[in-house]
Design a protein around this ligand. Structure first.
Ligand code: SF4
Length: 421
């Protein structure tokens, strides 16, 4: 590596208000009469500490020569591209000091220059942006609390940020007070939920993505013409639950080509299919091929149900995966399209991991890795991706290049109740 690294004998003097079993993870290293050293990789240190069950606190760490044997863990500093970057953590007790040394060593062992290949498009799609804006506008117009049925989009950070601003997420409508405002999530709801909301006289704002709404309309149309509808999707996913509810007696769910072999339908001449919007394109094609082979008169939607955002992110990921030693996908574990991106990278033969944020990155993943491919699911905020680049730059110089496979221009209008006058 081109950076110079030193492990000073100096250690820590100031914890501030910090419990004895809490490790201080440095945001910056403060030096007497010298400029402070930033610690962009602090999230990495903190994440590894937490995985080891150690409580952490973030803050500046004063570096000062102390007598041998003084309490405190290691502080490591090195120069990257002329700018100092450091890693620092310190503990008050013996156990904490041992962990600090192990954790700092594990990250310095994988420090060095790296390339980051950014997939584009990545992160928020038009449906997610619209859903979040609907909740934000509802908050502005009506004040808190605003209830949202299910997670507005499948991302832990988005949900936590909205909760802090007065949004109450509920699993079902019975947790919403009569007459209160409730927002339906981007994944859509079944007609039974709408009926229940009417009965309770709830003030409904519908944030269902218009592309999910399109699948609902198709489900009703296919059911009205008497077809058996085969829905390709993942059991238990909220979008699938909503679509199934449009015609519960006429829709059957399949996930794999094997499922198709076991299907029983009323009339093999009257079968149509629909899909969840966030599936893997290639695997879904395999299921549809199996359906066509079994039901030659199979009919489908006029245009693909797998949405533009899902397709574009998978194409972009494929373009960088083969050139990467490791792929990181920012997204939550209940985000279908994020999970599909991880699978897409693995199908290209590249190790890949889903991370909620930079703190989930593990040092062993970076061993021997010179090029990191980076993407994010459609429900993951852009700033989390930027932060991954920032923390990697805390381990050594990072060169970033973006590989754009297409430019997205899709946007959706807001529903009337939150539209500006
Ligand atoms: Fe809509 Fe697709 Fe985004 Fe889901 S991933 S919210 S279907 S645009």
């Amino acid at each position: 590596m081109s950076s110079t690294r030193t492990r000073p004998t100096s250690t820590v003097d100031t914890f501030g208000p910090c419990a004895p079993d809490t490790v201080l993870v440095a945001d910056e290293l403060l030096r007497e009469d010298l400029p402070s050293i930033p610690c962009p990789a602090a999230d990495l240190i903190e994440g590894e500490m937490r995985r080891r069950g150690v409580r952490t606190r973030r803050g500046p760490l004063h570096i000062e020569s102390t007598p041998a044997g003084a309490a405190g863990g290691p502080v490591v500093c090195w120069e990257t591209t002329g700018e100092a970057a450091g890693i620092g953590a310190a503990a008050r007790d013996h156990h904490g000091s041992v962990v600090v040394r192990e954790v700092v060593d594990s990250w310095t062992a994988v420090s060095g220059p790296r390339s980051v290949l950014l997939a584009a498009p990545r992160s928020f799609c038009a449906g997610v942006e619209r859903a979040i804006e609907i909740v934000e506008r509802a908050l502005e117009q009506r004040g808190g609390p605003i209830h949202v049925r299910k997670q507005i989009v499948h991302n832990r950070h988005v949900v936590a940020e909205l909760e802090e601003r007065g949004v109450v997420f509920v699993d079902e409508l019975d947790a919403v007070p009569d007459g209160a405002t409730v927002v339906f999530s981007a994944h859509g709801v079944s007609p039974a939920v709408r009926v229940e909301a009417d009965r309770r006289r709830l003030d409904v704002i519908d944030a269902t993505c218009p592309l999910v709404g399109k699948v609902h309309v198709e489900a009703r149309r296919f059911a009205e013409r008497g077809d058996t509808i085969v829905l390709v999707g993942h059991a238990g996913h909220e979008e699938v639950e909503g679509t199934l509810g449009e015609a519960p007696d006429r829709i059957v769910l399949v996930e794999t080509p094997e499922d198709v072999a076991h299907l029983r339908v009323e009339d093999p001449e009257r079968v149509s299919y629909l899909t969840q919007t966030t599936l893997a394109v290639d695997e879904t094609d395999e299921v549809i091929d199996a359906l066509r082979a079994r039901f030659p008169s199979l009919r489908g939607p006029g245009s693909d149900d797998i949405c533009y955002a899902t397709t574009n992110r998978q194409d972009a990921l494929r373009a960088i995966a083969t050139e990467s030693d490791l792929v990181l996908v920012v997204g939550s574990s209940n985000s279908s399209n994020s999970l599909r991106l991880v699978e897409r990278a693995e199908r290209c033969g590249t190790p890949a991991h889903l991370i909620d944020d930079a703190r989930d990155i593990r040092p062993e993943w970076l061993a021997g890795v010179a090029t990191v491919g980076l993407s994010a699911g459609a429900s993951a905020p852009h700033h989390l991706v930027e932060n991954v680049i920032t923390v990697l730059a805390g381990l050594g110089p990072v060169s970033v290049s973006e590989h754009e496979t297409t430019r997205e221009t899709v946007s959706f209008t807001l529903p009337l109740p939150v539209r500006s006058p």
